[in-house]
Design a protein around this ligand. Structure first.
Ligand code: NAD
Ligand code: IPM
Ligand code: MN
Length: 350
């Protein structure tokens, strides 16, 4: 049976980078069946909602899903469930992809592209494991209302035992294939859900953490350590919100957010969701200058984590590194290549 990859280009630069992923996929995995669907603002414009039942069903039946980006100024004023971002959250929840892997890898050729000093980022290779389907992103109650004449806005940060346990297991498993170190971050000094996170991760480690060295750090301290001495980290395990923030921060260690891919995994045998960490970049959308590497490396992660094609993934990863070594740079990396030319450089390096 053919493996299928569902492409969901989305909005802004999403379609621009996914077009290049399509070309790369046709070269490295010509037998892979590429399908396409709508999500985010593109789906709102066509169907009035950011994720249709049909697209979700399509995603559930695919071998893997690769999403470009969603969002943009056009849909900012809409009700929350009618915004592009709601479609992405519903897709993550609908696929139950609870473990979001966000690597921060500094390609040797990009050491000078980082805003940090060479010695801080050279050789950097860390993995953030972000819980993706729980926490304050989904907790109830939430809302904006008025009580006793005072307006208020509120969210609920809540985690259950199974939610923390399963993502901790993924972090331990990943660490065993790397340097064997997991640093779990929270705000257990301030938040009950943070204290519970630390307790649960500690328990999970006692049960399933053989061979893994577990440490804990407050999220604010971790944010500081990430720019002071990022190479101390191997795997960082974080909740949905802290993982979101820390992964954007880690992106800048590698030179550009246009370089960072992600994989979101659920239960074994279910389709993974792959996305660049960056958004729809409204400021550069339509100009053809977005860096396609994050999307191309998201394909690389899909080949590795969902499609069982590790060798092809290695070849693609090496080709991105080689293209960079040969000087290929989009604007965000200080160069002048277009999106298409950057992908051409990767394809040529294959
Ligand atoms: P963003 O990542 O879209 O852009 C931040 C900055 O990085 C911008 O200056 C942009 O030009 C630059 N940038 C991002 N990707 C790039 C690339 N591939 N090449 C070159 N430069 C790149 O974040 P934002 O501006 O905070 O958000 C814009 C919209 O995207 C919002 O609607 C937001 O909700 C959405 N968003 C979506 C996702 C997603 O779909 N996974 C992720 C983050 C933000
Ligand atoms: C990300 C984005 C999303 C998130 C938004 C667009 C819902 O910032 O993928 O990092 O906060 O998870
Ligand atoms: Mn984010």
């Amino acid at each position: 049976m053919h493996q299928t990859l569902l492409l969901l280009p989305g909005d802004g630069i999403g379609p621009e980078v996914i077009a290049e992923v399509r070309r790369v996929a046709e070269v490295v995995a010509p037998d892979l069946k590429l399908e396409e669907g709508l999500v985010g603002g593109a789906s709102i414009d066509a169907h009035g909602e950011p994720l249709t039942e049909e697209t979700l069903a399509h995603a559930r039946h695919a071998s893997a899903v690769l999403l470009g980006a969603v969002g943009g100024p056009k849909w900012v004023g809409a009700a929350r469930d009618k915004r592009p971002e709601a479609g992405l959250l519903a897709l993550r929840k609908g696929l139950d992809v609870f473990a979001n892997l966000r690597p921060a890898f500094c390609f040797p050729a990009l050491v000078e592209a980082s805003s940090l000093k060479r010695e801080i980022v050279e050789g950097l290779d860390l993995m953030i494991v972000r819980e993706l389907t729980g926490g304050v992103y989904f907790g109830q109650p939430r809302g904006i209302d008025e009580t006793s004449g005072i307006r208020r806005g509120y969210d609920t940060a809540v985690y259950t035992h199974p939610e923390i346990e399963r993502v901790a297991h993924v972090a331990f498993e990943i660490a065993r294939g790397r340097q064997g170190k997991v640093c779990s971050v929270e705000k257990s000094n301030v938040m009950e859900s943070g204290l519970f996170w630390r307790q649960e991760v500690t328990l999970a480690h006692a049960e399933m953490g053989a061979g893994v060295d577990l440490s804990h750090m407050y999220a604010d301290a971790c944010a500081m350590e990430l720019v002071r001495a990022p190479k101390q980290f191997d795997v960082i395990l974080a909740d949905n919100l802290f993982g979101d923030i820390l992964s954007d921060e880690a992106a800048m260690l590698t030179g550009s957010i246009g370089m960072l891919p992600s994989a979101s995994l659920g239960a074994p045998g279910t389709p993974g969701l792959y996305e660049p960490v960056h958004g729809s970049a409204p400021d550069i959308a339509g100009q053809g200058i977005a860096n396609p590497c994050a999307a191309i490396l998201s394909l690389e992660m899909a080949l590795r984590w969902s499609l069982g094609r590790e060798k092809t993934a290695d070849i693609l990863f090496a080709a991105v590194g080689k293209a960079l070594e040969q000087g290929a740079r989009t604007k965000d990396l200080g160069g002048s290549l277009t999106t298409r030319e950057m992908a051409d450089a990767v394809i040529a390096a294959l």
